[in-house]
Design a protein around this ligand. Structure first.
Ligand SMILES: C[S@@+](CC[C@H](N)C(=O)[O-])C[C@H]1O[C@@H](n2cnc3c(N)ncnc32)[C@H](O)[C@@H]1O
Length: 272
């Protein structure tokens, strides 16, 4: 599980408050990921969404595969509550609070995740556990960010508040822990999986509509590298930092949308 990101506490609660905005940020990636998931999805049996968050990806699969039982698991109670509300119309869908690295008691034909598998303290142990919970012919499909230099929203918003460029993230648990495909390949290999990674460039939409700039500012004031820096400041300095962040976001505003280039991997894996 992840302590650094405190998904069961403050970070998960913030994501639960902000799920509409975080869903929007993934909206241009999801069609690619959902197509890969659907391509791998059995008609029946059990499919598990690892780190399901507010449930958008699990709901899309449950809608497309009515005879498949879809289970979403997340560390955050508030995110699971949000997912349950959103997914209430689907009888083949349920959400549970839990640690996916301790998954047990089920055998799934499909494991999938939108950006929820990069936070395990011990990824080899976690992916081995997932392997044990999968059928011999199961599929594992997940997305994760590619290198931070291909995701300039991190650098631009992170540097906005203090002027200091954020340090390049390594492979410790976090949003960019799986950026290096060779690192992920070695984790998969050590845990009984084999897979291929597809690069997907997409537009990260931070805000849209009449109030796109305010929306983007609201997102990055609570989530991401700028938010972490703003939290460290006193009230006066935070106001200055927010204004600088607003200026950076304004530079990306065009046609009622605040957009950044972004890039992710979509991994499609099978038991080795
Ligand atoms: C970046 S968010 C993505 C959420 C969701 N998949 C989405 O696309 O909106 C990562 C999610 O993984 C969850 N998570 C992290 N580690 C987990 C673990 N060990 N077990 C279950 N969920 C976990 C977090 O609580 C969080 O909801």
């Amino acid at each position: 599980m992840t302590l650094a990101y405190d998904w069961a506490g403050r970070v998960g609660d913030t994501w639960a408050d902000e799920w509409r905005r975080t869903d929007l940020s993934f909206a241009n990636l999801s069609p690619h990921l959902n197509a890969a998931i659907l391509n791998a999805a059995p008609e029946t049996g059990i499919a598990v969404d690892i780190g399901c968050g507010a449930g958008g990806t699990a709901i899309a699969l449950a809608a497309a595969r009515p005879a498949l039982t879809v289970l979403g698991i997340d560390l955050s109670k508030n995110l699971v509550e949000a997912a349950r509300k959103r997914g209430a119309a689907y009888p083949n869908l349920r959400f549970e609070v839990g640690d996916a690295s301790e998954l047990g008691g089920i055998t799934a034909g499909l494991l999938f995740s939108r950006h929820g598998v990069m936070f395990f303290d011990d990824p080899v142990a976690a992916f081995s556990r997932l392997r044990q919970a999968a059928t011999a012919d199961a599929h594992l499909v997940f997305s994760c960010f590619r290198d931070v230099t291909l995701n300039p929203w991190v650098i631009e918003t992170g540097a906005a508040v203090t002027g200091a460029t954020p340090q390049k993230p390594g492979t410790s648990p976090g949003p960019f822990a799986f950026a290096d495909a060779e690192h992920v390949r070695s984790i998969l290999q050590a845990s009984g999986w084999t897979g291929q990674a597809q690069p997907v460039d997409y537009t990260y939409r931070a805000g849209e509509g009449e109030h796109a700039l305010d929306e983007a500012l609201a997102l990055f004031s609570r989530i991401g590298p700028a938010a972490a820096r703003l939290r460290e400041l006193d009230d006066a300095a935070r106001e200055v930092g927010r204004q600088r962040l607003r200026d950076v976001l304004a530079a990306r505003l065009s046609n009622d949308a605040v957009d950044f280039p972004a890039s992710a991997w979509i991994w499609s894996c099978r038991p080795a």
